[in-house]
Design a protein around this ligand. Structure first.
Ligand code: BGC
Length: 731
């Protein structure tokens, strides 16, 4: 045993003898301090770096105890420190190209679909479900909790995130994290921070003032951390105000650790560490280190610690923080059980519930939906609706047993090619789910490859249902908001041939709809997960009354976005690794919109959306009335005024401050009601939504504020005025 430079031989003896004092202590900070004090210096650079245990990567030998997945950090058996076995991610346990064998996992719908549920409790259940599967597959760290806000709908990872509003993303993301960690595993929250696009993701420099960042993206992280208490924060690939996010003193040391008092550890994104000095800037663990130029947080860190007290203190703090997260989740007391039982049916039921609550009915002319049981001929067209449902690609790719139902190659031949292909889940295909609900109808299918053929089929039918897909992946952005492969033209032609055309979209993000006025109905199904086909058909036939509400703005046009040209899109070759274009010094000026993303940008600049944030139709109708605001408490009554049971999302917006008009979502609640039923809803207004970040703290100016209930961000009820006293607080 090497006691050299341990600092506390007594603590080592305690740990070695299993001191009753320390064993009794449940305080993770005290346990972490004791274990760290007992480490040799060589041991202090063990849990500070990890590998990507994928056998096909050059120079990688999968270490003993590792499960093929995103990451592995060896433990220290002498001190009872468990291995960290890491997998992606927020939508379920990732499939890693089938490397663990044909056994899959339960695929939740995409992040945008989850965001559309606006259902905090359902998010917690979804998180608990994927966390339990992670455990049963031998993982104790889930790289989940993506809460980056959508600053641009063309961001290729929009499908992984929850939306564009800090309160909404923070509350939903925090609930998912809490659910995951209820399994005694660690969840991350990621990607910290301001990781708004994939183009040149390793280098693009997000420029933003402290105030704008604190009121937007950082607020989403802060709320998610408060609600979810994630053991780890994953820093991002990009730069923020000139420094790489994983080597960013402002983000990691100042905001996260000093201002917010965060006690867990910061792990890097994979391939995001550029130097040893990132340790001094607040990074605690180097993930998938073989993707970086060097293993910085191993021997190099040890050597630096031997000569420089700043590195030495950091090295010790890094260990304490990682141990804190391990002990807070009790990883050592509840070892994961590879091969554990998974209740696939119960888990798929949760995924289906998320899909049913996340599907958004965008348009319903003359109550074209739900489809009548008497409909005789249905022409289903396009979108691989005969095969399965679309999923998003990249590290978050999840699959059921046996992998994808269909794969369209898009990523060439590199080692990660299989991760960037267009893949369809083995859900009941929407076509079959439709047939099962329309037993007396003749249901036909056309691929949509030929417009003439699709039009011929549609013109013979009572109803045409066109499935149209926008595929997204980590690593690449969309160049515009069109539906790829000529699907816009297909929809326009079918709608011209049949006025009862219903469009079912499976998109990761917002898209343009040049054909909108010609259609009878539009259903946004996002990437609907393992039971997506069932959920889509359930909405089409009214078995499920749609209750999803948009968590992002669908802009009327690209010209309406704060940056009509996506930064770098004209100069940088698409590159999954995001390494191209380092020399171009690309900047994304996020101060254009500042903290006013999406609907807030539209409100500030007087723009109207194609479909606003918060929008979603139902087969029943609702009314909200009697809004009262007293201090930071709001109350009102929601009534189901229609004929069917259904759920709505009560949305409370701040619409003016003493300084003038200003729109921000201040609170929300999903409410389920029987026909004719009324419910009184009480909401706490989030003070940081009302406040501004000024001179290093939150500040509410004394004076009159106005709040209104909204069907969505643009259709607002009568505002009420409340006088709030001036208030100022730090952090
Ligand atoms: C992604 C992370 C992911 C990691 C490990 C990275 O490329 O940005 O979200 O957790 O890979 O797979």
């Amino acid at each position: 045993m090497n006691l050299h430079r341990t600092g506390s031989a007594i603590a080592l003896v305690f740990v070695a003898l299993g001191s009753p004092l320390l064993a009794q202590s449940q305080d993770p900070a005290a346990r972490a301090a004791a274990t760290e004090a007992a480490m040799t210096d060589e041991e202090r650079v063990v849990i500070t770096n990890g590998v990507m245990p994928l056998p096909f990567l050059p120079g990688v030998k999968v270490p003993e105890g590792a499960v093929p997945g995103a990451g592995f950090v060896p433990g220290i058996p002498r001190l009872g420190i468990p291995n960290l076995t890491e997998t992606d991610a927020s939508l379920g346990v990732s499939y890693v190209m089938g490397l663990r064998g044909p056994e899959g996992a339960t695929a939740l719908p995409s992040g945008t679909a989850m965001g559309s549920t606006w259902n905090v409790e359902l998010m917690r259940r979804g998180g608990a479900m994927i966390g339990s599967e992670a455990r049963a597959k031998g993982f104790n760290v889930l790289l989940a909790g993506g809460v980056n806000l959508m600053r641009d709908p063309r961001n290729g990872r929009t499908f992984e995130y929850l939306g564009e509003d800090p309160l909404h993303s923070g509350l939903l993301g925090g609930a998912a994290i809490a659910g995951i960690q209820s399994n005694h595993i660690i969840s991350t929250v990621k990607h910290f921070a301001l990781n708004g696009q994939e183009t040149a993701r390793n280098f693009v420099n997000s420029k933003i003032t402290d105030a704008n960042a604190r009121e937007s993206d950082l607020l989403a992280f802060k709320i998610a951390i408060e609600r979810g208490q994630p053991g780890s924060v994953m820093c991002a690939y990009n730069r923020v105000n000139d420094a790489q996010a994983c080597g960013n003193d402002y983000l990691l040391n100042q905001v996260l650790k000093r201002d917010w008092g965060y006690k867990g550890f910061v792990m890097s994104d994979w391939g995001a560490v550029h130097g040893l000095d990132f340790a001094l800037k607040g990074l605690d663990q180097q993930s998938g280190a073989q993707l970086d130029p060097k293993v910085f947080f191993g021997k190099d860190l040890l050597e630096a610690a031997a000569r420089d007290p700043a590195y030495r203190e950091r090295m010790r703090d890094m260990n304490r923080r990682i141990l804190y997260a391990i002990y807070a989740a009790n990883l050592d007391k509840h070892p994961v059980s590879p091969g554990g039982a998974i209740d696939r049916k119960a888990n798929a039921d949760i995924a289906e519930e998320v899909a049913r609550q996340g599907i958004v009915l965008l348009r319903n002319r003359g109550n074209a939906l739900p489809l009548a049981a008497t409909v005789k001929r249905i022409a289903v067209i396009g979108g691989y609706a005969d095969t399965g449902v679309l999923s998003g690609a990249g590290s978050s790719q999840v699959h059921g047993d046996g992998g994808a139902a269909a794969t369209v190659s898009l990523g060439g031949t590199g080692p990660f090619a299989a991760l960037i292909s267009e893949q369809y889940h083995r859900s009941t295909p929407p076509l079959d789910a439709i047939k099962a609900r329309a037993r007396d109808a003749k249901v036909t299918f056309r691929t949509g490859a030929y417009i003439t053929d699709a039009v011929a089929s549609a013109s013979k039918a009572d109803v045409a249902i066109v499935f149209a897909n926008q595929w997204q992946t980590e690593g690449l952005d969309q160049p515009d908001l069109s539906l790829p492969r000529g699907q816009d033209a297909l929809i326009a032609a079918v709608a011209a041939a049949n006025p009862n055309t219903i469009v079912v979209l499976q998109t990761g993000s917002a898209v343009a709809m040049p054909w909108l006025e010609q259609t009878a109905a539009v259903v946004e199904a996002w990437y609907p997960g393992v039971r997506g086909g069932e959920a889509i058909a359930a909405v089409l036939f009214g078995e499920t009354n749609p209750s999803g509400r948009l968590p992002i703005t669908f802009p009327a046009s690209i010209a309406d976005l704060p940056r009509p040209k996506l930064d770098g899109s004209d100069t940088i070759e698409p590159d999954f690794q995001g390494r191209a274009g380092a020399e171009l010094g690309l900047e994304a000026d996020y101060d254009i919109e500042g903290s006013d993303l999406g609907y807030r940008w539209n409100a500030r600049t007087g723009r109207k959306a194609l479909f606003p944030f918060g929008h979603g139709l139902s087969y029943t109708s609702f009314e909200s009335s009697g809004l009262k605001v007293a201090g930071m408490k709001a109350s009102f009554t929601v009534t189901n005024t229609g004929q069917r049971e259904g759920a709505t999302v009560a949305q409370l917006y701040m619409v003016a401050t003493p300084g003038g008009p200003q729109q921000r979502l201040a609170g929300f609640r999903k409410v389920s009601l029987k026909p004719g039923e009324s419910r009184k809803v009480a909401l706490e207004i989030e003070p940081r939504i009302v406040a501004e970040w000024e001179n290093g703290g939150w500040s509410i100016a004394g004076g009159e504020y106005r709040f209104a209930l909204g069907d969505d961000a643009e259709n607002l009820g009568q505002p009420v005025t409340v006088k709030l006293p001036a208030r100022r607080w730090a952090k």
